[in-house]
Design a binder for this molecule. Structure first.
Ligand code: ATP
Ligand code: MG
Length: 226
């Protein structure tokens, strides 16, 4: 096995709600290597999104350790995490989360612009690859759900992240469109430029879960690899 990309060791997370607490994850161990395609299933509320957000640096765990290419991330500043996320992580959400004021191509280019490497032509080429050449100037509200999710895929992949995290990327779409989105995602990530990237997909859909070369279930705050 190649050196791990990211390693979760004994990750725990409890949300505090007023005077009460919601324990969600406890003692999660997970190692993800370059080239992995992992799917995560589990009941609603089991903590799948929480786990994905911790892996992607959108939340910090309150116990355990997260290692990035063998380096402990515990001491990283917010700025360091933000820079790491911008460079290394591509996130796809169920609800697309495109910026409404920007065109499709501007949304795709944004992660590169933030790094000072904006390149509209490169973003157009990416959109073209997702079958959206004719929609580049459309705003999100002028696109169908499936088209918005394709824009979101292009944006997530724009910086060629080594860790691609998708949280129910087909959850807002009909079955057929959802499968199409998954196909776009997996075909793109199968290309040589993503050979050392890992793809993690959270899904309720057993057929999508079955696509993963590795499959895990979140249950009772723990992970079970199936
Ligand atoms: N910010 C928060 N504050 C308090 N509780 C939260 C917060 N976010 C999530 N929770 C709770 O933590 C638990 C896990 O939530 P999470 O969103 O990770 O589940 P999930 O497995 O992704 O569910 P779903 O399949 O419905 O998306 C739920 O009980 C939820 O209510
Ligand atoms: Mg969720």
């Amino acid at each position: 096995m190649s050196n791990p990309l990211i390693e979760a060791r004994g990750i725990g997370k409890t949300y505090r709600m007023g005077s009460g607490t919601v324990p969600v994850l406890s003692g999660i161990d997970l190692t993800i290597a370059p080239g992995d395609f992992l799917t995560i299933c589990g009941a609603s509320g089991s903590g799948k999104s929480t786990l994905l957000q911790i892996l992607g640096g959108l939340q910090r765990p309150d116990s355990g350790e997260l290692l990035w290419r063998g380096e402990a991330t515990r001491g990283w500043s917010r700025a360091r995490i933000a820079a790491w996320r911008g460079r290394q992580v591509g996130f796809v959400f169920q609800s697309y989360q495109l910026l409404p004021e920007f065109s499709a191509v501007e949304n795709v280019d944004l992660p590169a612009v933030i790094r000072g490497e904006g390149d509209r032509e490169a973003s157009l080429a990416l959109l073209r690859g997702f079958g959206l050449a004719e929609r580049a100037e459309h705003r999100p509200n002028e696109l169908s759900g499936g088209e918005q999710q394709r824009v979101a895929l292009a944006r997530a992949l724009r910086n060629r992240p080594s860790l691609i995290l998708a949280d129910e990327p087909t959850g807002s779409l009909d079955r057929e469109t959802g499968r199409e989105i998954l196909r776009y995602l997996t075909e793109r990530v199968a290309r040589p430029e993503f050979a050392s990237s890992a793809l993690v997909v959270v899904t309720h859909d057993p057929e999508i879960a079955a696509l993963g070369a590795r499959r895990v279930v979140v249950e009772g705050g723990k992970l079970r690899e199936t």
